[in-house]
Design a protein around this ligand. Structure first.
Ligand code: SF4
Length: 162
């Protein structure tokens, strides 16, 4: 059984998408301080989880964002940047603010998806406090509902410059 599995793994080969050319320029002014890698803390501020599925793909074997120097970390104290999804719900406004304050400089915020940018489908809903920019300063926006993994990868490559 184990040998059969190893044979399948060996025959599958590399599944990652071709890297494509490096970004033309930085995604934001603060990106210059990163030096080629970015540690990201993901915050779901009220997403439907569609954006999380795409972020999962971005860090999976096909899009493999780690090869460009982007890594997800478990604590904001280990992060240089936040990857925020969803409209910010009333319950998540204060946790998002505190998480932002715990991130190291240059403290970049990437708003992923239309909900994060402008509340998207949830604009005007009872439990929604506002867009991400209504709570913390946003440096990079990735439009889409949900954004394609390629668009998220492009934004992250714009931070690392790789
Ligand atoms: S942008 Fe779309 S996929 Fe992402 S959280 Fe909003 S509704 Fe869900």
């Amino acid at each position: 059984m184990v040998f059969k599995l190893l044979r399948v793994i060996r025959s599958a080969g590399r599944v990652a998408e071709p890297a494509g050319s490096a970004p033309a320029g930085p995604a934001c002014a603060k990106a210059a301080a990163l030096g080629g890698s970015v540690q990201l803390r993901h915050v779901d501020a009220g997403s439907c989880n569609g954006c999380e599925v795409e972020i999962g793909s971005v860090f999976g074997p096909v899009y493999d964002a780690e090869r460009y120097g982007a890594r997800l970390v478990a604590s904001p104290r280990h992060a240089d940047a936040l990857l925020v999804t969803g409209p910010v719900t009333r319950n998540m406004a204060e946790p998002l603010r505190r998480t932002y304050e715990a991130v190291s400089e240059p403290r970049i915020v990437v708003a992923v998806g239309d909900c994060a940018r402008n509340c998207g489908e949830f604009a005007g809903a009872y439990g929604v406090h506002g867009a991400v920019a209504d709570v913390v300063p946003v440096d990079v926006e990735v439009p889409g509902c949900p954004p394609a993994p390629e668009a998220i990868v492009a934004a992250l490559r714009g931070l690392t410059g790789r």
